[in-house]
Design a protein around this ligand. Structure first.
Ligand code: ZN
Length: 308
């Protein structure tokens, strides 16, 4: 029973132009670094399946699912918003990214894998119930969470999101779903410019001031997330694993380092061991400078799979 690593070559065919930061090389940089660190030896590798319309429909309006399919260009690019584009492979990559979260959920809840990491793109946490945006088309973690609740019958699932940007899409889909607790940290006054007023009682949104650093982040997790998670007693935890709060990533200014990602992963794993039989699914979100991205993911995965 090895931890699962889920990815797919289709995730590297989606691209949004040569200079776009959410680039295919992110997937390869992460894979190569996990390989170099010897961490992939401890994991079972799986190809991400495509998510079905039924699976996507648990988190999204069906008209949104069909709109994404309709906007898929036969050649060239189609624009979704100023930052988000589709090429002819984007739709398939988006289906694989969401399908990875579904497979991860099945593997972890069937006991075939203790935990799972999804090295997939496009990311998902800015995708709302009925809207793409912010490099995202389908909300991968929300699709996985609804699969865990609606198909596997879990009653309480938590989502933690440490991307430098607030997971507005996840909040849009999951707010006021009493079966879910979402805990988020993000940088204030940054895209998508929301989160400061939580949209439901099941949301723990903690905005951090620019340049506040790892100490402020850890304090927010210890005083904001952990008591809420312990009170909620999740049966499974999903992680929106974005690494763009790293100090070498110019997407944000929170100044985190690998040790902070290692630390927060350990805190989340401790909660999972207390309440959720250690069941955790982590899905890649942001992180745009390849070297700190790959190093941060390795720090995260090392703790996730218990190789620390
Ligand atoms: Zn981000």
């Amino acid at each position: 029973m090895l931890p699962a690593y889920i990815s797919h070559p289709d995730c590297m065919k989606h691209e949004m132009g040569a200079l776009h930061p959410e680039c295919p090389e992110r997937i390869a940089a992460i894979r190569d670094h996990l390989l170099m660190k010897g961490l992939l030896e401890f994991m079972q590798l799986y190809d991400a399946p495509v998510a079905t319309e039924e699976q996507l429909g648990r988190a999204h309006a069906l008209r949104h699912v069909r709109e994404v399919a309709d906007k898929s260009p036969p050649s060239g690019y189609s624009q979704i918003d100023p930052d988000t584009w589709m090429n002819p492979h984007s739709y398939q990559a988006a289906l694989r990214s969401a399908g990875a979260a579904v497979l991860a959920t099945d593997l972890v809840l069937s006991g075939e894998a203790p935990v799972a990491f999804c090295n997939v793109r496009p990311p998902g946490h800015h995708a709302e119930h009925a809207a793409s945006g912010g490099f995202c088309f389908f909300n991968n973690v929300a699709v996985g969470i609804r699969h865990a609740l609606d198909v596997h019958g879990l009653e309480r699932v938590a989502l933690v999101d440490f991307d430098v940007h607030h997971g507005n899409g996840s909040e849009d889909i999951l707010c006021n779903d009493a079966r879910v607790l979402m805990c988020s940290t993000y940088e204030l006054n940054l895209y998508p410019f929301c989160g400061d007023e939580p949209r439901g009682l099941n949301m723990v949104n903690i905005g951090l001031a620019p340049r506040s650093g790892g100490d402020a982040f850890r304090e927010a997790v210890d005083w904001g997330w952990i008591p809420a998670l312990d009170a909620f007693r999740p049966q499974m935890i999903f992680i929106s694993a974005g690494f763009d709060a790293h100090r070498e990533d110019d997407m944000g200014n929170l100044g985190l380092v690998e040790a902070d990602y290692e630390w927060v992963t350990r805190r989340v794993m401790e909660v999972a061991q207390r309440h959720a039989q250690g069941r955790v699914v982590s899905c890649l979100e942001g992180g745009y400078v390849l070297s700190p991205l790959a190093r941060s993911v390795a720090a995260h995965v090392k703790v996730l799979i218990g190789a620390d």
